[in-house]
Design a protein around this ligand. Structure first.
Ligand code: MN
Length: 504
């Protein structure tokens, strides 16, 4: 995945000069030990870089400006080891643009009952120092993640990791470029959205190229390059006999390989992190891209079908968030239902474009007709998603704000083989139950396109939504329909007020 390898999280520790230089030195030593401990824990995906003890408004402002200016700083952690009068933080926090984590911890885990004196008390004051800091953050309306607990506790470190992953995805979005080949599927509502507002609020740009620009790149692909890629397909996947060398449909496989090579080059040359296409606009393309999209997604590119740029950006963000975790993330669509009472299930799939990162099987490489679009038969990878806990996330434009809707699901292996289904698929049961989950999703206006994730938790997406300033709604095992409906109503009030006053 083409994200920066040099990212880090900055740790800034608050204090003041009231206690003398020795105390500041001790604070500094403690912060160094803490950063080293967090880094050697193996729990946190980004290095924590201790930047210093901040004791004056000028220092604080400088730290925050440096964080803003550093392309490798994905976020800032603040911790008040001692009391640090919070008015000193106003200018710095006003300027700070990076994601913020307020770490409410203490260097010592236990109170040293036998030896505790006022010197110890004055050094270890985060219990009230962090309250002073948090008061200001709340008064300023500053979005931040709060993590509470001792820094050596694995659970606390895991919470920090979740936020680091969200910060990493946010960092990846800033200045990211997504390309649409063709426009939106005609007349479709939910895949549309305000691209200007998205660039202003979320940091990534979305621009269109006529599909002819892509075709021009595909036309340049040399025969031997397509042959070589077909060889790779043969080594990785179970090829249908007619797609093998000498097989009747080999030419279609070569065409699919040409599409992949051309598409990959187009994305690389343009510095794109994701893309959309639409079966309604394939002028000059012989097949709807299938295996090409599947393999590019597996390599970390975001994708949305039918012009769905919001889902393309979300798939990319979730892939970045999940970097290094086992399991996968894929573009997905709620396709069809199994409505057996008590055993209701969703079959998720798409016309072709499901990412092989979500399977543990060796995909089967097949060619079948596509019932819409009027093009030649496309080549695709067919497989079942691995069973286990997962979630579906949907990013929709509500007109006055963006909404991220997430539903926890349990993925199952298909109860029976699906010998005639020519696409990759996932079967799941949504939490808390089919009826509640679907009703809540419909009431929240969630899309039919989602990003399906096997390795992210609700907490990752909550942290991400908070950083991005996006509304966040979750349907999980605790969801009750009536309360969920009220949550939507309250949220609508919030956004209506925000529209009136700028900040509610
Ligand atoms: Mn679709």
């Amino acid at each position: 995945m083409n994200e920066s390898k040099s990212l880090s999280i900055w740790l800034i520790v608050g204090s003041q000069h009231l206690y003398g230089t020795q105390v500041i030195q001790e604070v500094e030593q403690h912060a160094q030990v803490m950063a080293a401990g967090l880094n050697s824990s193996g729990q946190i995906c980004l290095p924590i870089c201790f930047r210093g003890v901040a004791t004056t408004p000028e220092e604080i402002y400088r730290f925050c400006q440096e964080a803003n200016a550093s392309p490798d700083c994905a976020g800032v952690i603040c911790w008040m080891h001692t009391f640090s009068p919070a008015k000193m933080w106003i200018q710095g926090l006003k300027a700070l643009q990076k994601p913020l984590l307020h770490f409410h911890t203490q260097f010592n885990r236990d109170i040293p009952w036998d030896t505790i004196d006022m010197d110890f008390m004055n050094l270890n004051q985060s219990a009230h120092g962090d309250r002073e800091f948090a008061h200001l953050l709340t008064r300023m309306g500053k979005a931040r993640k709060v993590v509470v607990g001792h820094w050596q506790d694995a659970k606390v470190q895991q919470e920090m990791d979740i936020w680091c992953r969200a910060a990493m995805a946010w960092h990846d979005w800033q200045g990211a470029r997504f390309v649409r080949f063709g426009d939106n599927m005609r007349q479709v509502a939910v895949t549309e959205g305000d691209k200007v507002e998205a660039e202003f609020r979320l940091g990534f740009s979305v621009n269109t190229h006529g599909v002819g620009d892509l075709v021009a790149e595909i036309t340049k692909v040399k025969d031997h390059e397509a042959e070589e890629l077909c060889g790779l397909y043969e080594s990785l996947y179970r090829l249908q006999p007619e797609l093998k060398k000498g097989g009747q449909r080999r030419a279609a496989l070569l065409e699919a390989a040409r599409i992949e090579i051309g598409l990959r080059r187009f994305l690389q040359q343009g510095g794109y992190k994701g893309f959309t296409d639409t079966f309604e606009d394939l002028h000059g393309l012989k097949q709807l891209p299938g295996i090409a999209v599947q393999r590019l997604m597996q390599d970390g590119y975001g994708f949305g079908a039918e012009g769905d740029w919001k889902t393309a950006a979300l798939v990319r963000a979730m892939k970045v968030m999940a970097s290094g975790l086992p399991g996968g993330n894929s573009f997905m669509e709620d396709y069809t239902y199994h409505l057996e009472p008590g055993h209701e299930m969703v079959l998720g799939a798409h016309m072709l474009e499901i990412c092989p990162s979500i399977t543990s099987q060796q995909p089967s490489c097949e060619i079948h007709p596509l019932s819409i679009g009027g093009k030649e038969d496309p080549v695709r990878l067919v497989f079942d998603a691995a069973p286990g806990p997962a979630l579906n996330a949907s990013l929709v434009d509500m007109g006055d704000h963006l909404r991220l809707l997430v539903n926890e699901v349990e993925t199952l292996l298909p109860p029976q083989p699906l010998p005639r289904l020519p696409v990759a698929r996932a079967i799941w049961k949504p939490h808390p139950d089919f009826q509640t989950a679907c009703a809540a999703w419909l009431m929240a206006g969630g899309a039919h396109h989602t990003c399906f994730s096997q390795n992210l938790q609700i907490a990752h997406l909550r942290d991400f939504a908070r950083i991005a300033g996006i509304e966040y709604l979750v349907i999980d095992r605790h969801t009750r329909l009536h309360a969920f409906e009220q949550e939507i109503q309250l949220s609508n009030c919030y956004y209506a007020l925000r529209g009136l006053f700028g900040k509610a």
